[in-house]
Design a protein around this ligand. Structure first.
Ligand code: CUK
Ligand code: CUA
Length: 641
């Protein structure tokens, strides 16, 4: 520890903690626009204009809100089990949460990215990253199901993820925590970090038709921390930009260790160049283990495959893949404007916003104007790549979104505000307080070539005094601002699930009409589907008992089950016979140590139960489905072994 750094570090720590108290405005009511109610009121029975897909942070799930009303429409289970939907409890869905470490019922979902075509949101899929056990999920926007989860090997702290290239050629994921590669000995001293720890960037290709994901290749990079990233677009298509901190490669991230440098880096990756090397066979095949989980709509069943190989390209050894651009202290956000020319880094410990220029970067690269190397990667000069700096914009810049009219909107955690500034002349145009301590912000299409800049939404870390108190824990909060005029106007607060990080708001017209209403039972290829009540039956195979059960208003069949013994493996395969929108049935059984099932029309879901005690156990439909819902029940008799 350098002693001279200590006072600065303490002052910074104080500033970081202070915000929750100091940024409370005198009169928050004044900050709300007078016509807010009119602007956010969506009358009963009317639809919102946007879907807002919001990360659920440490809940592991994704929530869907309507905008501008702020109404919660749906919670989509992604990385965590969900008793309400039976996700991670039914036999059909359990494989979705399998990993190379076994079944993991939780993760921390940070960022949402919508699929793009020609740099615009196309409304097909949204992607989310699992920050803890590195995974990427793909959610289908016709069923709102998690369709696929891909684990990433050689990776930890999958934070700089899952950002898309212009045509969703790739979903790209960078490591926040460097670790020894999976095929190396992991039992090494932590202070051998510099020698043994590495970062990676995974390029996950996405099939244009099916959406299926595959790790095309991984880039091996130095043991720095990648924080966030965005793809180039237009002229910078083919490049990807990452904010890096801890370029000191310290193994303990106390501020005094990892933030000694005045500048860290934005790393520019030429992925087209990497593709060339790949074609030339410069990749090294590495034996690893990672799970690839796919939900099959036909069989309505997820399968988990453990894959065993990735191709790794060494960005430190293959010239032309990586370049380092200096960026003031510990950049967090790394955002590319709609023209693809400007790259905004946000040094979270800096009091300015650097805007880097892609064309200047290309000039410097083409003229080989380098300022030495970092781990064999050429470093460019700050002056050579800098377009300009926004001076004194606020404290603690984190993330930036764009309106497509030449303006940028940056969130400031410490000064708790959104600042609008002009990209060309770098002048601050407007600022609006957030309550309190904003993290991410999003504008519909705000990280694409074509934003629809009607609103900016703030996703805040602290909710203190905004809602009725609910004990020590308060819901986190989003705030909606109208940005159609010159000035931002706060028009709505709404609570969110978990911790909202990034979000993507999508015009409803892009997706609402293809939303599935029910599954065609005739297309149901689940092995255990019972189509029609006459096909309901109980089949014993050794100690396994398969109950082919049908559910239709208002009857479960069979509803009296006997001949089952303690220790048998009982599988209730429940098929919902309904062929109508929004008529799910549920299924639960007394003392079965698992959640319920929720079965959509035309679907089959299976609950496994190993009874441990003799007795009579009732089961019933858990979702009120008709006037005779209470009659949807039955008994199973468990006899001695
Ligand atoms: S991070 Cu959450 S405020 Cu994980 Cu994207 Cu910046
Ligand atoms: Cu089916 Cu209630």
């Amino acid at each position: 520890m350098k002693l001279s750094n200590v006072p600065a570090a303490l002052a910074l720590a104080a500033a970081l903690m202070l915000c929750a108290y100091s940024c409370k405005p005198k009169n928050t009511a004044n900050a709300v626009s007078a016509d807010a109610a009119q602007k956010t009121y969506v009358p009963p029975g009317k639809y919102d204009e946007f879907y807002d897909f919001v990360s659920g942070g440490f809940s592991g799930q994704m929530s869907v809100y309507g905008l501008p009303s702020g109404r919660l429409l749906r919670v989509i289970p992604v990385f965590s089990v969900d008793p309400q939907a039976g996700y991670g409890y039914s036999e059909e869905s359990k494989p979705m949460l399998n990993t190379s470490h076994g079944f993991i019922p939780w993760d921390d979902l940070h960022h949402i990215e919508a699929s793009q075509t020609n740099g615009e949101i196309d409304g097909r899929w949204v992607f989310g990253n699992g920050n803890n056990t590195p995974r990427i999920a793909r959610i289908d926007l016709s069923t709102y199901n998690t369709a696929e989860i891909l684990e990433l090997p050689n990776s930890a702290g999958n934070h700089s993820s899952p950002f898309a290239t212009e045509n969703t050629e790739y979903i790209v994921a960078g490591t926040r925590f460097s670790v020894p590669p999976d095929n190396a000995d992991g039992d090494v001293p932590i202070d051998s970090y510099k020698k043994n720890f590495l970062g990676t960037i995974s390029f996950v290709s996405v099939d244009k038709n099916s959406g299926n994901m595959k790790i095309a290749f991984q880039l091996k990079i130095p043991g720095i921390n990648l924080d966030l990233s965005h793809a180039g677009k237009g002229p910078s298509h083919g490049w990807f930009f990452f904010s890096c901190y801890n370029t000191e490669q310290a193994h303990t991230l106390l501020e005094v260790n990892a933030s000694q440098r005045d500048k860290d880096f934005i790393m520019a990756i030429n992925w087209k160049k990497a593709e060339e090397y790949l074609q030339q066979g410069k990749g090294v095949k590495q034996q690893v283990k990672y799970a690839h989980n796919v939900y099959d709509e036909k069989t309505q069943t997820a399968t988990s495959t453990i894959e065993t190989e990735v191709t790794v390209l060494d960005a430190m050894a293959l010239p032309g893949i990586a370049y380092m651009m200096p960026c003031p202290k510990s950049p967090h956000g790394c955002d590319v404007d709609p023209t693809g020319e400007y790259i905004v880094g946000s040094g979270k410990l800096a009091a300015l916003i650097p805007v880097l220029s892609f064309s200047k970067m290309m000039n410097a690269i083409n003229n080989k104007k380098f300022d030495g190397t970092y781990e064999n990667i050429p470093v460019l000069k700050y002056e050579d790549v800098l377009y300009g700096e926004v001076q004194k914009p606020g404290l603690g810049p984190l993330h930036t979104e764009f309106d497509g009219k030449g303006n940028a909107y940056t969130s400031f955690f410490i000064s708790s505000e959104i600042v609008k500034w002009n990209i060309k002349d770098l002048k601050v145009l407007d600022r609006a307080p957030t309550y309190y301590s904003i993290g991410h912000l999003s504008i519909p299409g705000g990280d694409t070539k074509k934003p629809n800049a009607k609103y900016v939404i703030a996703y805040n870390k602290i909710t203190k005094d905004r809602y009725l108190p609910t004990g020590p824990e308060l819901a986190q909060s989003a705030q909606l601002y109208d940005i159609s005029g010159d000035k931002m106007q706060l028009i709505l607060d709404f609570p969110t699930i978990g911790e909202p990080h990034y979000a993507q708001a999508i015009e409803a017209s892009l997706i609402k009409d293809k939303s599935k209403k029910f599954y065609d039972i005739m297309q149901n290829e689940n092995t255990y589907a019972a189509k029609g009540e006459p096909n309901a039956k109980v089949v014993r195979e050794g100690n396994k008992v398969h109950v082919y059960m049908t559910a239709i208003r208002s009857h479960l069949a069979p509803d009296n089950i006997e001949g089952v013994q303690v220790g048998d493996e009982v599988y209730f395969h429940v098929t919902n016979q309904e062929q109508d929108w929004d008529i799910p049935h549920g299924f639960a059984i007394k003392a079965a140590s698992t959640a319920e099932l929720l079965i959509m029309p035309g679907e089959t879901r299976t609950l496994k139960w190993v009874p441990e005690k003799v007795g009579i156990y009732p089961f019933y439909c858990t979702d009120f489905c008709s006037a005779l819902h209470q009659e949807m029940s039955g008994y199973i008799r468990i006899s001695p072994k």
